[in-house]
Design a protein around this ligand. Structure first.
Ligand code: SF4
Length: 376
């Protein structure tokens, strides 16, 4: 098996009792895999009995009851099951979180999910462009079907999109607009299952001059259309405002026209102060592209996956910009790390919420204009 992963993948170490937002306290439904459940049932003993009492079945799968957090989290914020029985006897999801994986035959991708505060710290402090590495492992190939030609073309296109996201000759907003401008072509080629055309697009995107040309075209069009920018910002934020949140995080997206005008009035100052920190949003964009775009090999939803990466990156930038407009200063690094972690936890890790972004993209045919209008 070839395993691909970002260069920071091996830097992650769970901070356990030092974590301020322990994932074991989220109240998420934690699936208990069959092997782990079998061990608890067979092994016996007081702890295994208590574990079995707290596991319930739904649609053939088993979950740990989690109201108010995992009942096996110790007062020190550590996993008592792991302490007593070892990491090999906790559920696979507990052992792997916040790592994520995607399989295509004898090729596997791995990454770290942004909903964890330690991962957010790693991603938000990674100043150099993120690199991806591959190594060979002895894991057996996965047997879920996929089209190899489409997969190869999608992976190549994604590499080019990541190049664009990391092209520091452009501002982060220009890079977002560039991605929006390629989306329609990529989507059409993928829906036609036209691997050759995808290969051609990939080749074009590798050419610096071509990127410059579309960046100029995107900017000219956005400026010619001269959209009502406060209205565009309110439209973007309204998608996130309508979502369901575990706490008051969603209030950040409630925007009056006066709020939007204030934010846009402060944008020039924000861009100047944030100029040297753009790698933060770059890394977030790369994370969304790397993690989610490859999935369109199987579901063909290139448009939704590319635009939603832009929606979410612009939303995070919008949160920072709003704080800047309201306080006259950027939120400090610790606050930005926490905001990104909270955004991921509340939006990215909630399938109903990400579905709302997909629905918005599917509902309107002027998504590119809306997003590009916000980039210039
Ligand atoms: S959120 Fe991350 S650092 Fe915190 S307990 Fe979970 S895995 Fe560990």
């Amino acid at each position: 098996m070839t395993l691909r992963y970002p260069d920071y993948f091996c830097d992650f170490v769970c901070t356990g009792s030092g974590c301020r937002d322990n994932c074991c306290k989220m109240g998420w439904d934690i699936e208990i895999d069959d092997d782990t459940l079998g061990y608890y049932r067979e092994h016996g003993g007081e702890l295994c009995e208590r574990l079995c009492e707290n596991i319930y079945e739904e649609d053939g799968a088993h979950y740990m009851s989690q109201e108010g957090g995992c009942p096996f989290l110790s007062a020190e914020g550590l996993c008592s099951v792991q302490q007593e029985m070892g990491a090999e006897h906790i559920s696979e999801i507990c052992r792997e979180h916040p790592r994520f994986y995607e399989w295509f035959g004898d090729y596997k991708e791995a990454g770290l999910g942004l909903c964890c505060e330690e991962v957010s710290r790693i991603v938000m402090t990674h100043e150099r462009p993120v690199l991806f590495t591959e190594k060979q492992t002895d894991e057996a190939p996965d047997d879920l079907e996929f089209d190899m030609d489409i997969f190869t073309a999608v992976r190549n296109i994604r590499d080019r999109l990541i190049d664009i996201a990391q092209d520091r000759g452009f501002t982060i907003l220009q890079r977002l607009a560039l991605i929006c401008w390629c989306t329609e072509d990529i989507n059409e080629a993928l829906l036609d299952e036209d691997a050759e055309r995808l290969k051609k697009i990939s080749g074009m995107l590798a050419i610096d001059g071509f990127r410059m040309e579309i960046a100029i075209q995107a900017e000219n069009e956005a400026l010619t259309q001269a959209e009502d920018k406060p209205a565009l910002l309110m439209r973007l934020f309204s998608v996130f405002e309508r979502m369901e949140y575990m706490n008051s995080f969603g209030d950040r997206f409630a925007l009056t026209r006066a709020d939007a005008e204030k934010m846009l009035g402060a944008e020039k100052g924000f861009n100047k102060e944030y100029a040297d920190l753009q790698y933060e949003l770059e890394n977030i964009l790369v994370y969304f592209l790397y993690r989610y775009f490859i999935k369109c090999t199987r579901d063909f939803s290139a448009e939704e996956r590319l635009y939603s990466a832009v929606y979410m990156t612009l939303a995070v930038r919008g949160i920072f910009l709003r704080e800047y407009a309201e306080n006259g200063a950027l939120p400090d690094k610790e606050s930005r790390i926490e905001l990104v972690k909270d955004f991921s936890k509340e939006v990215e890790y909630d399938a109903d919420n990400t579905d709302m972004i997909f629905e918005d993209i599917q509902q309107y045919d002027d998504v590119r204009d809306m997003l590009c209008g916000l980039c210039f």
